[in-house]
Ligand binder design. Structure first.
Ligand SMILES: [Zn+2]
Length: 308
């Protein structure tokens, strides 16, 4: 059992993420303490984290990969069910890491080995993201349902307390639903590990399973704030030089080409976006305002419809 035990100092340092200096100091300390040795995560005690080898894995990544990190929820309320599942060859599923609700970390395969977390998926011209990404699973009940007056995980049917429930509209959906919230320690540990992975492997971006498989998957869902997570882990700053507005109704797509499906309805003229990268005539943008009732919308738009 490994998690981050920095005692009181850790508590003090994690309490004020809104203070950027404090947050950077915290990351510095954590990155100093956690490390990756031969593609295995080591905790702040210098020892490898809990390792449960999965049979559900491929070979070594090809040159230039992994390039992305994909975030998931387990759709179950306990770490043990995911650990047993990923260790079972019938599952045909795995990930590199699992982060429990208490921050406990389990690794299933070295980071240079392909795991099976993404399934049918596409992003930025790549098909089947297992071959191109590291996968992190967060223990979380996902989409909840109400049964006999209680919110329960729709998969393992365990009751989720009312104070761990968020009612929100998924960015790929039209109606409100109930979602299991993540714990603070789970998110803190995720930021620490992800920052280290981004640095170690030079990852280009962090995505949700819902971004690469939008018709099949809802994880990590609205309870996970991807834009804040990304900015903490990638050190991405708001840069006014890269802020544009749309000049017409513009499709925003899951990849750089018209063959990719729109991630939501068209962006109306005058929508403020930040360009994060470019590929040919296409720009990958983060929408800086709420559109169609959705926060944190991201995708590819045709660059000629962006004006500064
Ligand atoms: Zn997933």
């Amino acid at each position: 059992m490994h998690s981050l035990h920095l005692g009181l100092d850790y508590e003090l340092l994690t309490t004020d993420y809104s203070n950027p200096a404090c947050f950077r100091l915290f990351l510095l300390i954590i990155n100093f303490l956690m490390k990756i040795v031969k593609h295995i995560l080591h905790g702040n005690d210098g020892k490898p984290v809990n390792f449960v080898a999965t049979p559900n894995r491929g070979g070594v990544f090809g040159a230039g990969f992994p390039k992305y990190l994909i975030m998931h929820y387990t759709a179950a309320t306990t770490a043990q069910s995911a650990i047993s599942w990923f260790a079972n060859n019938k599952a045909k599923a795995s990930a590199h890491l699992l982060i429990g609700r208490d921050g406990t970390i389990t690794q299933f395969a070295p980071f240079n080995i392909i795991t099976w977390h993404a399934g049918e998926s596409q992003w930025s011209g790549l098909i089947g993201l297992n071959k191109f990404s590291i996968g992190i699973e967060l223990v979380n009940g996902g989409r909840l349902q109400k049964t006999a007056g209680h919110w329960v995980c729709s998969v393992d049917k365990k009751v989720v307390p009312d104070n761990e429930v968020l009612i929100a509209k998924h960015k790929n959906e039209q109606a409100d639903a109930a979602w299991h919230t993540y714990t603070e320690i789970q998110l803190d540990v995720s930021v620490e590990i992800t920052s280290l992975l981004v640095k170690t492997y030079g990852l280009a971006d962090i995505l949700g399973h819902e971004d690469i498989s939008p018709f099949r998957k809802s994880d990590p869902g609205p309870a996970f704030s991807m834009s804040s997570f990304r900015s903490k882990c990638m050190g991405r700053k708001e840069n006014t030089l890269n802020v544009f507005t749309t000049s017409a109704d513009v499709n925003i797509r899951s990849g750089a080409g018209t063959q990719f499906i729109p991630v939501t309805e068209m962006l109306p003229p005058g929508t403020k976006v930040q360009v994060l990268k470019r590929e040919g005539n296409w720009s990958f943008v983060e929408v800086l305002q709420k559109v169609h009732g959705l926060n944190d919308v991201e995708g590819w738009v045709f660059s000629k419809f962006l004006v500064s």
